[in-house]
Design a protein around this ligand. Structure first.
Ligand SMILES: [Zn+2]
Length: 190
């Protein structure tokens, strides 16, 4: 698949140093307004990650990679309305606290078109939260479900206007990524 891996590099201040040709895929996934690779170099990565919870988790990973000088890989999902993409994010240390970041497609699973993931006009004033790592949707107070289940349980098939998506991080993903970071910082581990 030509569009993967998505690669980019950041400098010691988390500013984008370079982007691969697949950058627009990352930018659109993260609801970033600016899709032109030429104009993103030099800007903070954090401009391109919409929600604070996801930014915080990236910062934790970046710290661990820089302090330990070891690569960290974490699985995540990068879904489109027609496809579930099972991905792996690899963050590797370079010299001078720079980092190399790459997202590789592990496998893909076609799905029936999910209008909820199809960003576009015709949205209501409602919001539902989606985990930016596993792409599950929060059914309040604390159930995280696959999009198809959420659509059914929220009765969205019949609704004229779908809710907006707001991104965050679910507790399962926080725990999983925390465990990976612990493994990397443990001198006896991995
Ligand atoms: Zn999650």
């Amino acid at each position: 698949m030509a569009r993967f891996p998505i690669r980019y590099g950041v400098d010691s201040d988390d500013r984008i140093r370079s982007v691969g040709p697949e950058w627009p895929v990352f930018a659109s996934e993260n609801a970033a307004a600016d899709l032109d690779p030429g104009s993103v170099v030099g800007r903070p990565l954090w401009d391109f990650i919409a929600d604070a919870e996801t930014r915080d988790l990236y910062r934790l990973i970046f710290d661990a990679v820089r302090v330990q000088g070891r690569e960290v890989t974490v699985p995540f999902r990068c879904d489109s309305p027609e496809c579930r993409w099972y991905m792996e994010l690899a963050i590797a240390p370079l010299s001078d606290r720079e980092l190399s970041i790459s997202s590789q497609l592990i496998r893909e699973e076609p799905r029936e078109h999910s209008a909820l993931l199809d960003t576009g006009p015709g949205r209501s004033d409602e919001f539902v939260k989606i985990c930016s790592w596993c792409k599950r949707v929060l059914l309040p107070p604390s159930d995280w479900c696959e999009v198809e289940v959420a659509v059914r349980r929220l009765g969205l098939f019949d609704s004229n206007a779908l809710p907006n998506l707001t991104h965050g991080v679910c507790p399962d993903c926080e725990v999983k990524i925390g465990a990976e970071l612990e493994r990397v910082t443990d001198p006896a581990g991995g």
